[in-house]
Design a protein around this ligand. Structure first.
Ligand SMILES: C[S@@+](CC[C@H](N)C(=O)[O-])C[C@H]1O[C@@H](n2cnc3c(N)ncnc32)[C@H](O)[C@@H]1O
Length: 162
């Protein structure tokens, strides 16, 4: 019998503070009606914000079933299920061809593994916003620093345009 591949853990669960979530979506220029994916969506906060505030079609990919379930429940309780959705699965195995914006908060090794997938799949003009860890293969379009997230921590965001 063949062993089933378990997904690579590309980052531990560590949620982005809400102030930084808003900055990521603003930096990514997200507009109503656009499609965004959060790769490794944790508790779904970026996906939920993108649907609630920016009226975007928002998809999270999360392999931790309890986080995926918690996110879906919150999406439903907020009445956002026409706009927002969570795929429970490996973010390295999905199709991102429809994306206008990708958000990521993964470790450098995760960004490295995602790079060829996004290079192959993303349409021209799609944007990627990375939190704290950059994509070393790509030229940055813009960098912004957030000196204090409200809890005394600083953050750096990187914008890339395909
Ligand atoms: C640093 S957290 C970021 C959560 C959320 N994006 C945020 O910014 O609040 C990274 C998330 O990626 C998920 N993750 C790690 N490897 C994954 C994989 N191969 N497929 C899907 N999710 C993964 C983890 O379970 C975790 O929830």
């Amino acid at each position: 019998m063949q062993a089933q591949d378990s997904p690579d853990k590309l980052a531990p669960y560590y949620p982005t503070p809400m102030k930084v979530v808003d900055k990521m979506l603003e930096l990514g220029g997200l507009k109503a009606g656009e499609t965004m994916f959060d790769l490794g969506s944790g508790d779904g906060r970026i996906v939920i914000r993108a649907a609630e505030k920016f009226k975007a079609k928002s998809i999270g990919v999360e392999f931790d079933s309890s986080l995926a379930k918690q996110s879906e429940e919150r999406i439903k309780s907020l009445g956002l299920d026409k706009l927002a959705h969570i795929i429970e699965g490996d973010l390295l195995k999905q199709n991102y061809e429809s994306a206008d914006l990708i958000t990521v908060y993964l470790l450098p090794v995760g960004n490295g593994l995602v790079t060829p997938i996004l290079e192959k799949q993303l349409k021209k003009g799609a944007r990627i916003v990375a939190h704290d860890f950059q994509f070393t293969a790509w030229k940055t379009t813009r960098i912004i620093d957030i000196d204090d997230d409200g809890e005394g921590r600083s953050h750096r965001l990187y914008l890339y345009t395909r």
